[in-house]
Design a protein. Structure first.
Lengths: 160, 147
């Protein structure tokens, strides 16, 4: 489990890593810890999945991925896990989730995000998902993001 | 953005070492100097090509709660609704999308109870129904995009 020191490290790095030659040393100095302690704790958090990875998050649009589609599918409940696993394994799907329906207006329970530089590229990806789902697909839609209204890192622990 | 920037963006989406001089280690792999890597990374963050660089935390693994929610924002109130929803620090991302449900946002909080509170506060302040869609199951998450 996370202790207070872990939480301080999380808080100090949520906005990003320092852009200095020894970033972990810089965090350690800021928090009154040793660099070894900071590195060890980050490694532990990475191994346990609390940190998904350390790295860069690009703005899709600025990389030319102007077509970011949230594909949504209505899959019979008894097949949702099987189909979710299959769709999640497609190399172009960046996120894949089972989410609750809101009938009658929203019947879709499988969400898969796809990204392309052209409409054709995304259409092809959607077709591949559709082919994979076959008869298990009772209906689908694609919601394209038209604008990023807000994008910040999660601040979960910062408000403690 | 040139070829070197692209190399940096692609490499840094695959992870970053935890060691004394991680920028130097990555720079060597890319055939750059440490200084050049740091300067380019800073520029990519400043001009918004990268939105973040650092540890990506899994809110749920930290004991927090996360949900995806959507509203039908009437076109004439779109900016006002955006402002209200974005004003919540619990709202981490918010996207306009092409659908009757035209605004989709992620809420991240310490506890599931705070998700409920945030959802009802948003409903109260906007007068709109919030369609709350917390994930039942995650099949895959990988946020890599080739530059």
């Amino acid at each position: 489990m996370l202790d207070e020191t872990d939480r301080k490290i999380i808080q100090a790095t949520q906005a990003g890593l320092p852009l200095t030659p020894q970033p972990y040393q810089a965090i350690a100095e800021q928090l009154g810890l040793t660099a070894d302690d900071v590195m060890m704790r980050l490694s532990t958090m990475q191994n346990s999945g609390i940190i998904r990875r350390i790295g860069a998050v690009p703005n899709h649009y600025k990389l030319g991925y102007r077509f970011n589609g949230m594909t949504v599918w209505n899959i019979p409940d008894e097949f949702i896990d099987e189909m979710g696993q299959k769709v999640g394994q497609l190399e172009f799907v960046s996120h894949c989730y089972h989410r609750p329906r809101h009938p009658p207006e929203w019947l879709y329970n499988l969400f898969a995000m796809v990204h392309g530089k052209t409409q054709e590229a995304v259409d092809q990806q959607i077709q591949q998902i559709s082919d994979l789902l076959g008869d298990y697909n009772l209906g689908s839609d694609v919601l394209y993001s038209t604008k990023i209204l807000k994008k910040t890192g999660f601040r979960t622990t910062a408000r403690r | 953005m040139d070829e070197i920037d692209k190399k940096i963006i692609n490499a840094l989406q695959n992870g970053f070492p935890i060691c004394d001089a991680p920028y130097r280690q990555v720079a060597v792999q890319l055939g750059l100097t440490e200084q050049e890597l740091i300067a380019r990374l800073k520029a990519l963050l400043d001009n918004g090509v990268l939105t973040r660089f650092g540890p990506l935390y899994n809110a749920e693994q930290m004991g927090g709660a996360l949900t995806l929610a959507a509203v039908k924002a009437p076109q004439q109130r779109f900016d006002e609704i955006t402002e209200i929803i974005n004003s919540f620090p619990e709202v981490a991302h918010n996207y306009a999308r092409s659908h009757e449900l035209n605004m989709w946002f992620v809420i991240a909080t310490e506890t599931p109870e705070q998700i409920r509170q945030t959802v009802s506060a948003i409903e109260q302040q906007t007068g709109l129904t919030v369609y709350n869609m917390p994930k039942n199951k995650e099949y895959f998450v990988n946020l890599k995009l080739e530059a």
